[in-house]
Design a protein around this ligand. Structure first.
Ligand code: NAD
Ligand code: UDP
Length: 331
């Protein structure tokens, strides 16, 4: 379907795990989608099934660099900024590039949004709360981030990107939305992503040792990808007086320890894998759970997919996809 009235939407980081699901969801709504990605952690094969869709276009570009001039002539109505590696081993591999991706990437996309009169949604993160002293984390909490540690390139980059978004909004230059995304999992995570769900599932399926960092008592709250994408689309559609919708947490408030997660995956896969412990990475947050009252109130959003159902879909996907592929990356 090509419809001249289809809104044109830019998805920066659209070849990644979340971005590829977002591109798919927007095309299904009838939008025209332009995906911008440098393939740092994203993959062309995440988008292969969309290549023949006439409303879809893929542009290879690094958002650290000024955007291609040709984009300035496109009638964007909405811009989603998801461009940034999200897994600790990937974003720490080149910390300078990670920081610049968040800061300069947000600036370049905000400038484009201003020129086009488009709204911009910034994919922020629960990491802006750092190792939180407040539990669960509500949006009013300012966070507890180590500005000089190995996670700072990501956490502080995302914090600065939020700052820039609200500076543009306060000046009446761009209508912004900021989604603070909590740990999300599902099909199209990379087997070598390094995050806990992909590592544990791939290790269990292969019968390899399961790597638990620290004593496994640290907690996270895992959101299935379909729920998260629904939240992003609702947030973009949400209108508020003035230019700034306040930041909104998107995540699943069901909290569990890393050890609980491992036990569930072992039970679901029937894997004989043994558990081995590795040192807890520096600045690894001890606890994390979103307070989603704001998302419920503003967007009528709450996650629907229970962990066991989401894990089952993820395990099946990795069992198919990763048969001969790379194993989890251990930090
Ligand atoms: P991902 O690594 O799969 O996707 C990131 C995408 O951005 C990739 O396609 C990558 O190639 C692209 N990218 C990275 N740097 C770029 C650059 N300089 N120029 C252009 N493209 C670039 O990660 P994801 O899990 O899909 O995360 C997407 C977004 O959501 C990220 O901004 C991340 O910070 C945020 N987020 C994700 C989670 C999660 O649990 N998945 C949690 C919090 C926040
Ligand atoms: N983790 C683990 N084993 C792994 C990968 C991660 O125990 O193989 C731990 C990690 O130390 C953290 C939690 O699982 O406490 C979630 O890690 P992830 O990288 O998925 O997300 P983040 O730390 O960014 O929330």
């Amino acid at each position: 379907m090509t419809n001249r009235k289809s809104p044109t939407v830019l998805v920066a980081g659209g070849a990644g795990f979340l971005g590829s699901h977002l591109c798919e969801a927007l095309l299904a709504r009838g939008d025209r989608v332009i995906c911008l990605d440098n393939f740092l952690t994203g993959r062309r094969r995440n988008l292969r099934h969309l290549e023949r869709e006439p409303r879809f276009e893929l542009i290879e570009h690094d958002v650290v660099r000024p955007l291609p001039a040709s984009l300035r002539r496109r009638p964007f109505e909405r811009i989603y900024n998801l461009a940034c590696a999200a897994s600790p081993p990937h974003y720490q591999a080149d910390p300078e590039h990670t920081l610049l991706t968040s800061v300069l990437g947000a600036r370049h996309l905000l400038m484009l949004a201003e020129a086009a009169g488009a709204s911009l949604l910034q994919a922020s993160t629960s990491e802006i709360y750092g190792d939180p002293e407040v539990h669960p984390q509500a949006e009013a909490y300012w966070g507890h981030v180590n500005p000089t540690g190995p996670r700072a390139c990501y956490d502080e980059g995302k914090r600065a990107a939020e700052t820039l978004c609200y500076d543009y909004a306060r000046a009446g230059r761009v209508a912004v939305r900021v989604a603070r995304i909590f740990n999300t999992y599902g099909p199209r995570m990379r087997a070598d992503d390094g995050r806990v769900v992909s590592n544990v599932v791939c290790q269990a399926l292969a019968g390899d040792d399961i790597t638990v960092y620290g004593d496994g008592s640290q907690t996270r709250s895992f959101c299935y990808v379909a729920d998260l994408i629904d939240g992003l689309v609702r947030l973009m559609a949400h209108e508020a007086p003035g230019f700034a919708v306040p930041p909104v947490n998107l995540g699943n408030p069901v909290e569990l320890t890393v050890s609980d997660l491992v036990q569930r995956v072992l039970a679901m896969t029937g894997s004989p894998s043994a558990i081995v412990t590795r040192p807890l990475p520096t600045d690894d947050p001890r606890r994390r759970r979103p307070d989603i009252a704001r998302a419920q109130e503003l967007l009528g959003w709450a996650p629907k997919v229970p962990l066991d159902q989401g894990l089952k879909a993820t395990i099946l996907w990795f069992a198919d996809e990763a048969e001969d592929g790379p194993r989890g990356v251990v930090v």
